[in-house]
Design a protein around this ligand. Structure first.
Ligand SMILES: [Fe+2]
Ligand SMILES: [Fe+2]
Length: 186
């Protein structure tokens, strides 16, 4: 069995996240940091990417009442509440970096106005090799991120949008705007 490397992640003190989900987050961190190295981003930007990774699923195991109190709207979908709730909690905890907060808030659905920190989290969250749906195509996309970020964003967004449609679910406005922003620039 292939050994998947991990990385130390500083979860916030208020995190409610299972050990299994923590492993997912560590794999997301490994991918993000690999791309950061290959792209030669600054230390400050690396820290922002790592912070977004540590925050994005920090409330994945929080009780429903906690999530509802922090993020009552969340598009009316319980499964999507942990992102916005973590962004609200991080902001209450003093986080002021809008790019990091937007990365966390929209990590499950996409966002047209993301900075690279949001785009990288979106890709690493989906492409990390521990996902049950991980494929050879995903391996190939991982290797293309640093040379064709736009193309990989389109490929991942396409797969996710197609999956949502195939399940007969509605596309959220943010997801549609995200997708349109990707095809308009192509
Ligand atoms: Fe998540
Ligand atoms: Fe995640």
């Amino acid at each position: 069995m292939q050994r998947i490397p991990t990385l130390t992640v500083d979860f916030p003190s208020w995190a409610r996240i299972s050990p299994k989900r923590q492993e997912h987050v560590r794999r997301v961190a490994v991918l993000s940091m690999m791309w950061a190295d290959e792209m030669g981003v600054s230390g400050e930007e690396r820290d922002r990417w790592l912070k977004a990774v540590a925050l994005h699923d920090a409330l994945k195991s929080a009780p429903k009442e906690v999530l509802l109190e922090l993020a009552p709207d969340s598009w009316g979908v319980d499964a999507l509440r942990h992102g916005p709730a973590a962004a609200v909690k991080a902001e209450l905890d003093g986080e002021e970096d809008r790019g990091v907060l937007d990365a966390v808030r929209y990590h499950s659905i996409g966002y047209a106005d993301w900075e690279p920190v949001g785009q990288i989290l979106y890709l690493a969250d989906f492409l990390e090799p521990g996902r049950s749906f991980h494929s050879r195509e995903h391996e190939s996309l991982i290797s293309q991120v640093t040379t064709d970020l736009e193309g990989v964003l389109r490929a991942v967004a396409s797969e996710r949008v197609t999956g949502t449609v195939a399940l007969g679910k509605a596309l959220l406005q943010e997801t549609v705007e995200f997708w349109n922003s990707l095809v308009r620039t192509s």
